[in-house]
Ligand binder design. Structure first.
Ligand code: GRF
Length: 188
């Protein structure tokens, strides 16, 4: 199974995937970010499909087609989103239907969207966590594969809570990816 990782942020979730000895065929980023350096260090091909527009003029469908075109050259079977900052559109989910994984820093269906950590904190929950799920066109709606709970402390801010959640994601996500890849291999 050939895995692509899509990242935009610090790359710490991508690093956890690599540290778990999961082979990554290609890393794709949508902006300059730390994942590029990590891919270079790992001698893993890294493609940038740069997103240059963030307003209403952004052509999400074209961007999604560009992502698919870039990945097609690498014969990718499964895509793992690892903090990718662009919501992708139908052409991407049609190309990789049922084969896109995502980790979300909250216990879905609670607190979907970009601010899952902040929203949980503001709501005053005492337990939040992370969710690994199959990503679909409907953001944060796909079938749930795994979840883990994380305690919220009284003195948490968004950064401290997110870091505690990520330390759980760094185990849960690679474990779930491994299982998903093994299951897929068994069914092909
Ligand atoms: C993770 O919390 C993930 O759930 C969210 O983005 C974060 C990525 O972390 N989608 P990093 O940039 O890899 O450190």
């Amino acid at each position: 199974m050939r895995l692509a990782v899509l990242a935009s942020g610090t790359g710490s979730i991508y690093k956890a995937i690599v540290d778990a000895n999961i082979d990554v065929a290609v890393v794709l980023v949508d902006r300059p970010c730390a994942a590029i350096d990590l891919a270079n260090t790992n001698q893993t091909p890294c493609i940038t499909v740069e997103r240059t527009q963030f307003g209403p003029e952004f052509d999400r469908t074209k961007f999604s087609c560009d992502v698919v075109a870039a990945l097609t050259e690498f014969n990718i079977d499964v895509v793992a989103m690892a903090g990718f900052g662009t919501v992708l559109d139908a052409p991407f989910f049609e190309a990789y239907e049922g084969r896109v994984l995502n980790t979300h820093p909250a216990l879905l269906p609670s607190f979907p969207g970009w601010h899952g950590v902040r929203d949980a904190l503001r709501r005053g929950v005492k337990i939040t966590g992370c969710t690994v799920h199959i990503a679909t066109l409907d953001v944060d709606e796909g079938p749930i594969l795994a979840q883990a709970a994380v305690a919220v402390f009284d003195d948490d801010n968004e950064a401290t809570l997110h870091e505690r959640i990520k330390s759980t994601e760094r185990h849960l996500y690679p474990d779930t990816i491994k299982k998903f890849l093994t299951d897929m291999e068994a069914h092909t």
